[in-house]
Each structure stands twice: as structure tokens, then as C-alpha cells.
Design a binder for this molecule. Sequence first.
Ligand code: 3NM
Length: 216
Amino acid sequence: MSGRGIPDLSLYLVTSSELTGRGRLVDTVVAATTGGVSLVQLREPDASDADVVALGRDLVAALAPTGVPLLINDRVHLVEEIGAAGAHVGQDDLDPVKARELIGPDRWLGQSVQTVEQARAAAESGEVDYLGIGPAWPTATKQVTVPPLLPAGVRTIAHATELPSVAIGGIGVDEVPQLRTSGISGVAVVSAICGRLDPRGEATRLRAAWETGIAL
Ligand code: 3NM
């Protein structure tokens, strides 16, 4: 067993430079950490590997003083070069065993799941540290082919394995209270922070909603 433990999943920011503007991505992420974001994933599906490496290195440097870890979406082969804390893979990306071979035993690995069967397969791989369960609600940020799970569906998947999980998809401050009792360890958002002018304020409200169950 490695000593990597489990990342703090309570408020998980997934990036979109399409929403922030490329030049504002790093500032947006750092501002969001001051509002309580606990984990960041660099997700830039349309960027080149070279751009992901450049952005990833900028983010690792900017996040170092905050202590908030950075994970890399899909491009598992770039994790080491970026110096990131781990990777997050989807169902159509590298399988967890191969991803683990690339990142080694000391980094975190997350996987997106839409069904109980996928969650069980992730757990059985023995390599996945946490699950991303979604889409919780309809989302305009990513093309998804499955219907939204809604809180009841999130709960079923969250309870299907021992792995900690976050819900993702269509989550804003108003949705967080409905998810708190679903058995998840936190919520993951893109547009609720990257699409807003005040990322620190939005992160603060999301965190407060997660901790208190009250959406202000
Ligand atoms: N993964 P927003 S939904 C990146 O269902 C991602 O696995 C999803 O964006 C999944 O918070 C999604 O703006 C986009 O709705 C979430």
C-alpha cells in the first residue's frame, strides 16, 4: 500500500480556460483557493499537450503556497512533466491500471463513473483513489450522453463502493444542499466558479453551502 492517503475532495474545481479566458485561468484558480477550493483539476480537452504542460506548470507554481494539489485530466503521460499530484481519467481514457503505471504509487488517481457497474470496476482495479459521479444535473460545459443522475442516482453510485466520491455536473450553490446527504465527500464544479466574475466569492458560497446545507 502507498502512503498517499485521500485528497480533500470537499470543493473540487475543474478548470475551463474557455470560460475564464486563457490569460485569467491561473488568477481565477488561485482566487478560488482563497475562497475554499480544496483540489484543482486541469481539464483543457481542446488544448495541445504543450499548452497543457505550460498551463500545468504555471498552476503547480501558483498553487504551491496554497497547499492545494493539482490533478491533470486525461493526459496521464504529462503528469510527471508537470509535477502534478495526480490524474483524473474518464471511461474512454486510459484504464486505471495503465494510468497507475504511468503516475506511480505516490500520486492520486480519480475516475469518472456514470453507473454502479463502472464504480465497482473502478474499485476492483485497486488503483482508483476517488470517483467522480456525474452528470448530477444537465450541464452545458461538457457533452454528456447519459441522462442526469439527480441526487438519488448519485447516492446509489456513491454507496456502491467504499471509494470516496464527488458529484459533478450542473452543480451551483443552490444544488449543493441537495447533495450533502448523498454519501459523497464533496462537489466538483466548472462553470459555477470558472464562469463567474468573482471566483473567490463563488467558492466561499459553495463551501458554505457544503458545510451548512444553506445556500446563500
Ligand atoms: N464531467 P459544470 S460533467 C467535466 O458527468 C465534467 O462526468 C462530467 O461542468 C461528468 O460544473 C462535467 O459547469 C462538466 O456543469 C461539469
